[in-house]
Ligand binder design. Sequence first.
Ligand SMILES: Nc1nc2c([nH]c(=O)n2[C@@H]2O[C@H](COP(=O)(O)OP(=O)(O)OP(=O)(O)O)[C@@H](O)[C@H]2O)c(=O)[nH]1
Ligand SMILES: [Mg+2]
Length: 133
Amino acid sequence: MKQRLQVAVAIIFNAEQQVLIARRHAHQHQGDRWEFPGGKREANETRFQALQREIEEEVGLLVHQAEPMMQIVHDYAELEVELDVWIVSEFSGEAIGKEGQALEWCALADLDNKEFPAANIEIIERLTSLYAI
Ligand SMILES: Nc1nc2c([nH]c(=O)n2[C@@H]2O[C@H](COP(=O)(O)OP(=O)(O)OP(=O)(O)O)[C@@H](O)[C@H]2O)c(=O)[nH]1
Ligand SMILES: [Mg+2]
């Protein structure tokens, strides 16, 4: 059977209402596309703990509070993902690409110009309808 990965995904806004995005490395699944930081939940973790760990590991931010935004199941040819998307409402630290990945703070209106994995289309639509001017 095809694997289904549970993936914690963070939507993090800065004071200018820009959202944090990261570029996936070429060798990764969906390589070279942009993503919202996050990664796979481990068996011993809650969804929120997975979010906190992944965000600290990947971009060095401490997530203090977050609210569930949506869950998306997407069937890629090679694997299935369940994206557990959170809006981070409180965090501390300065974002850095701790895994050597490029980071960008991106205005919502500019997300459409970036290439994201297919599973992200719904997230971007939802964000635009919730927050766009
Ligand atoms: N982090 C993240 N993963 C996404 C997004 N959209 C999306 O389809 N995915 C998929 O979710 C899956 C797991 O994410 P990941 O590669 O970040 O997992 P991870 O950080 O644990 O990576 P690792 O296996 O290198 O430790 C990948 O197949 C990835 O393509 C997104 O916006 N953010
Ligand atoms: Mg990741």
